[in-house]
Design a protein around this ligand. Structure first.
Ligand code: CP
Length: 306
């Protein structure tokens, strides 16, 4: 059974097909309004979410399907001690496809090897978030028209930011990508991502703490929130949470066609004064997330029927 746990579960060609489908949905939404009639999506969210859960649900409704699920572990039998494996076997009796978010790294994978229906990883701990990556790739394609020859600055919590790990992994398959890692020393990109992704694929990268000096080189600035929920103590979070706050004056040296991205939610790291800047793409990302998830749901359900 085909699931999506890691962005590398999809080939570059399949990602291109999903992006083409998403663009076609954007252009011709009515064409897709009955594609999943009679199918049920289960959204199993053991961790909070606004965009991912509701965009999955909106995606399934717009495909003519229906949705069931829970938005917190406490309202499921996980609160009574049920395992992820048993939950996946159970939901396989009721639904056609699962989208699962879980605080433990690997939980959606465990679900996928126990389910008899496709499982989509909707974020597992500080590990991966492949559908956010698909969202980001669709946004990059629509904004920049290409995946090659880009300089991308990742700024903020690069240690716990799973969207950063997944997007860097996805970008490792394209040509001439330069990565600028902007973070406090304590929140640097994990060494396993540096070794297994950046270095293994000979990707050019630099690490810095200084956002403004990095700014002039960037085609894309990917801001991230400091992930409070992954910190072991509140003191460290409070010390680091406002390490970077993007305000209009910090864009002085930026390219005129910079794309400012953020997976959201934001806390303080992008001033609302940036929202009206034509370079701000983060609410476009939110909308793109629904379209690419529509394309993904259709693909996995079609493959499950084969
Ligand atoms: N980007 C993202 O995963 O947002 P949510 O946590 O609101 O789903």
């Amino acid at each position: 059974m085909r699931s999506l746990i890691d962005i590398l579960d999809l080939t570059v060609e399949e990602i291109n097909e999903l992006i083409d489908t998403a663009n076609d949905i954007i252009a011709n939404p009515k064409k897709y309004s009955e594609k999943c009639r009679g199918k049920k999506l289960a959204t199993l969210f053991f961790e909070p979410s606004t965009r991912t859960r509701l965009s999955f649900e909106a995606a399934m409704y717009e495909l003519g399907g229906s949705v069931m699920g829970f938005s917190e572990a406490q309202s499921s039998s996980a609160a009574k001690g049920e395992s992820v494996a048993d939950t996946a076997k159970t939901i396989s009796c009721y639904a056609d496809i699962i989208a699962m978010r879980h605080p433990k790294e690997g939980a959606p994978y465990v679900a996928s090897i126990n389910a008899t229906i496709p499982v989509i990883n909707a974020g597992d701990g500080g590990h991966n978030h492949p559908t956010q990556t698909l969202t980001d790739l669709l946004t990059i394609k629509r904004e920049k028209g290409r995946f090659d020859n880009l300089t991308i600055g990742f700024c903020g919590d690069l240690k716990f930011g799973r969207t950063v790990h997944s997007l860097i992994t996805a970008l490792s398959r394209y040509n001439n990508i330069k990565v600028v890692l902007i973070s406090p020393a304590e929140l640097r990109l994990p060494s396993y991502v540096k070794k297994d992704v950046l270095e293994k694929n000979n990707m050019e990268y630099v690490e810095t703490t200084d956002l403004e000096s990095a700014m002039p080189d960037l085609d894309i600035l990917y801001m991230t929130r400091v992930q409070r929920e992954r910190f072991f103590n509140e003191e460290d979070y409070l010390r680091l949470k406002d390490s970077y706050i993007l305000e209009p004056q910090k864009l002085k040296g930026a390219k005129a066609d910079l794309s400012i991205m953020h997976p959201l939610p934001r806390v303080n790291e992008i001033s609302v004064a940036i929202d009206d800047d034509p370079r701000a793409c983060y609410f476009k990302q939110v909308l793109n997330g629904k379209f690419i998830r529509m394309a993904l749901i259709m693909k996995l359900l079609e493959e499950a029927q084969k």
